[in-house]
Design a binder for this molecule. Structure first.
Ligand code: DGL
Length: 259
């Protein structure tokens, strides 16, 4: 553990964290990434906090046991909200980064504006999110928008389907013409960004935490002297037995297996 050539593990409840892996890869192409999607247990967002915590700790245990890691990126807002403190406490030697909804970016860019945060039920009800909300809600008007059903469509490879657009119209219709920006507070949602923009209109800015998470990961690795500039590698695995999930994962990454 903690050598430059060790892996950066990237974990999500399913294929959503690939939106974060894309940003990590863009910023740090010379690193070795190991992606684990827990699609067999997705969606996490409608489970109890205890369930999400147990699943996240089990994934961290598996990843640290099976791989030599220098960092673990929890590329899942739901798992971060429910379990990042517990993962950090269990692995004090490991750099653990958790994604959060991009409220700071929204508050910085839209002072006095109206900002929606679309996320899972777990993320929106956790204390961690409330703390984040209260740091920024004096600068802009923030509304919580749960989006049940959208993660399932992304997991089924239907992020940009007519079904997704119908669901999004139902979820977002109360906010039409009323938002300056929408924070995509779940890593699955960037894959439905085009459908979301078709519903809200191009004037509403979509923000997500992927880029900030990649920058924070680079900052932490750099501070620890662990940045690697090798040939770069990506390996992916998924807890679901269906090989279709891995095929979808590579398609979402837009790369061929291996590199
Ligand atoms: N991708 C996860 C997130 O960022 C949650 C998806 C799920 O509900 O499993 O919140």
């Amino acid at each position: 553990m903690n050598a430059k050539h060790d892996d950066i593990a990237v974990f999500d409840s399913g294929v959503g964290g690939i939106s974060v892996l894309r940003q990590l890869r863009r910023l740090m192409p010379g690193e070795r990434y190991f992606y684990f999607g827990d699609s067999a247990n997705a969606p996490y967002g409608s489970r109890s906090t205890e369930d999400v915590r147990a699943l996240t700790l089990a994934a961290a245990e598996k990843l640290t046991r099976e791989h030599s890691l220098k960092a673990l990126v929890i590329a899942c807002n739901t798992a971060t909200a429910a379990a990042v403190s517990q993962v950090r406490a269990a692995y004090p030697e490991l750099i653990v980064i958790g994604i959060e909804p991009a409220l700071k970016v929204a508050a910085d860019h839209f002072p006095g504006g109206r900002v929606g945060v679309m996320a899972t039920e777990v993320t929106l009800r956790e204390e961690k999110f409330d703390t984040l909300l209260h740091r920024f809600d004096s600068g802009c008007d923030i509304v919580k928008i749960p989006a049940p059903g959208l993660v399932e469509l992304v997991e089924a490879g239907k992020a940009e389907s007519p079904e997704a657009e119908t669901l999004l119209r139902r979820i977002l219709s109360p906010y039409l013409g009323k938002l300056d920006a929408l924070v995509l507070g779940c890593t699955h949602y960037p894959f439905a960004a085009k459908a979301i923009s078709r519903v809200l209109g191009p004037e509403v800015t979509l923000l997500d935490g992927g880029e900030g998470t990649a920058r924070e990961t680079r900052r932490r690795l750099e501070a620890a002297g662990l940045l690697e500039n090798g040939p770069g590698e990506i390996r992916m695995t998924n807890s679901a037995p269906d090989p279709e999930l891995l095929r979808l994962s590579w398609a979402l990454l837009k790369e061929k297996p291996g590199r």
